[in-house]
Design a binder for this molecule. Structure first.
Ligand SMILES: C[S@@+](CC[C@H](N)C(=O)[O-])C[C@H]1O[C@@H](n2cnc3c(N)ncnc32)[C@H](O)[C@@H]1O
Length: 473
């Protein structure tokens, strides 16, 4: 290991920055964050440094650097554009065993600044020992997306309980067990949702009672299939769940991202084959949570748009199970974007209706006169089988047979297929192109924009992931 990662408390400690320009300013700001006592030495200083000095934040010494400036310093940074000065700072500081950093000159650094993921008070430092700073920055970006923002407030909250916990549990093993229970409890999700008072109360309860494991359910929307369309929150919860309860609609690529050792339960529904009936799924979620498990109930698209998320959450609420709801990109939004079809457009459609082709009770009819109105787009979910009926009803109530339509099969996925044509041939398109589920119907003038806006070769690339095949009728 070339550098030992240590976190140094610089509160009120004297540090020196040699230089008066932009680089010196940047380094100076890093020191100020740690509340160090910063002195800068240079013949002249940039405006911002002068202002910081006027505000009493730093001390400026208008002088050329000399050895005396190092007196009493813990750390020194050389940030001038003169190699001779930087070299002199390095040599003199080194002779006195003062930690020194010459900016952008790794061999002349006895300490370096790592890339930082800042979730104060949690700080993660990454260093490549000066060999590959861009790689270190990329790693930092990855961690930034993986480490949720609430980790900082969570650490602050538990920090405020440390003394109480020490008094309550005299043995280290008991304290560790207590903290494990806390981090598996809904204290975490309460902080995550900004409910710090409730988290505080919950922690008090856990401290004063013999804690039982406490489960919860995350009702998560996984989007239409492209894993890059998952939200950060969805990803984080998928990776912290003990059990993942999923539908067929959730793509394999997305299932690859769940916690490796999580138990997987498929409750998929396909038309006419309800492998697990909805009531059983609802009860399963309640039972798993009551066993103290963290359950990720993951659904295609958005859980509250034709996802039965509402029904499941009603049962969780009635059974007093803790839950969180994470929205996802619904099929209409994902499929239309990846097919180059804007759902509204000032020239073509001022409204958009989300419609299901599959009603709860057979014979229950949609409001066809309203759906057949012009200047609007219909995004029809689960409409493939009912396409002859949809076509007939829309024509009957006045939509023109030449109205453009698009059928998007496996939208946003590697095997996305887009078929376009006219309303008068909708059912024929479905059967001629052997459309399979999942597929979304888009009806309205905007569908004609697919030809212009979809990605063909070097035109608009809606995703690095989907490579649309387009069948035009
Ligand atoms: C039970 S609904 C679920 C909708 C989901 N909750 C959402 O917000 O997208 C299933 C229907 O959504 C549509 N759908 C979902 N994902 C799709 C995809 N990747 N491509 C095309 N249609 C999709 C299809 O119409 C499918 O029959």
């Amino acid at each position: 290991m070339q550098y030992l990662p240590i976190f140094t408390k610089l509160d009120n400690k004297p540090v020196l920055v040699v230089g008066g320009g932009e680089v010196a300013l940047r380094k100076c700001r890093a020191f100020l964050k740690a509340r160090a006592q910063v002195t800068l030495v240079a013949p002249e200083f940039c405006q911002q440094l002068t202002e910081l000095a006027e505000q009493g934040e730093v001390s400026l010494v208008h002088d050329y650097f000399n050895e005396q400036h190092l007196n009493g310093m813990m750390l020194v940074i050389a940030a001038t554009d003169l190699d001779s000065v930087n070299s002199q700072v390095f040599e003199l500081a080194n002779q006195r065993n003062i930690f020194v950093n010459v900016v952008d000159d790794q061999p002349r650094c006895t300490f370096i600044f790592p890339s930082i993921v800042d979730r104060d008070p949690i700080t993660i430092a990454i260093s490549s020992a000066g060999t590959a700073p861009v790689l270190a920055r990329r790693l930092r970006e990855k961690l930034e997306t993986l480490i949720p923002q609430h980790i900082g407030p969570l650490a602050t909250l538990v920090g405020s309980f440390r003394n109480k916990v020490k008094q309550r549990f005299s043995h280290f093993a008991d304290r560790r067990q207590f903290w494990e229970t806390v981090f598996d409890s809904s204290v975490v999700s309460k902080v995550q949702t900004g409910n710090t008072d409730a988290a505080n109360e919950q922690l008090e309860l856990l401290l004063n009672a013999k804690p039982e494991p406490e489960g919860e359910v995350y009702v998560v929307g996984a989007g239409p299939g492209d894993p890059e369309l998952l939200t950060l929150k969805a990803l984080q919860l998928m990776q912290q769940a003990d059990v993942v309860v999923y539908d067929f609609l959730v793509s394999d690529e997305i299932m690859e991202l769940v916690r490796r050792d999580a138990e997987l339960i498929c409750v998929g529904k396909r038309l006419g084959d309800h492998s697990v009936v909805q009531d059983d799924t609802n009860q399963m979620l309640v039972d798993l949570a009551k066993q103290g498990k963290k359950v990720c109930r993951i659904k295609g698209g958005d859980p509250f748009i034709y996802g039965r998320g509402g029904e499941e959450v009603q049962v969780l609420a009635a059974n007093k199970v803790n839950y969180q709801i994470v929205p996802g990109i619904t099929a209409a939004a994902g499929c239309s974007a990846y097919a180059g079809i804007p759902l509204t457009h000032r020239d073509h459609a001022q409204a958009i209706q989300f419609v299901t082709g599959h009603c709860k009770q057979d014979g229950q009819e949609l409001d066809w006169p309203s759906l057949a109105k012009p200047n609007q787009t219909l995004a029809i979910y689960m409409g493939v089988i009912k396409s002859p009926h949809i076509q007939a009803q829309l024509l009957k109530y006045g939509r023109g047979a030449e109205t453009p339509v698009a059928i998007i099969e496996n939208g946003t996925r590697k095997n996305q297929r887009v078929v376009t044509g006219q309303l008068g041939e909708l059912a024929d398109l479905v059967s001629r192109h052997s459309i399979i589920s999942p597929a979304l119907l888009i009806i309205g003038e905007v569908a004609s924009l697919h030809q212009q806006l979809a990605w063909f070769g070097d035109k608009i690339q809606t995703s690095s992931f989907a490579q649309p095949i387009t069948d035009v009728a």
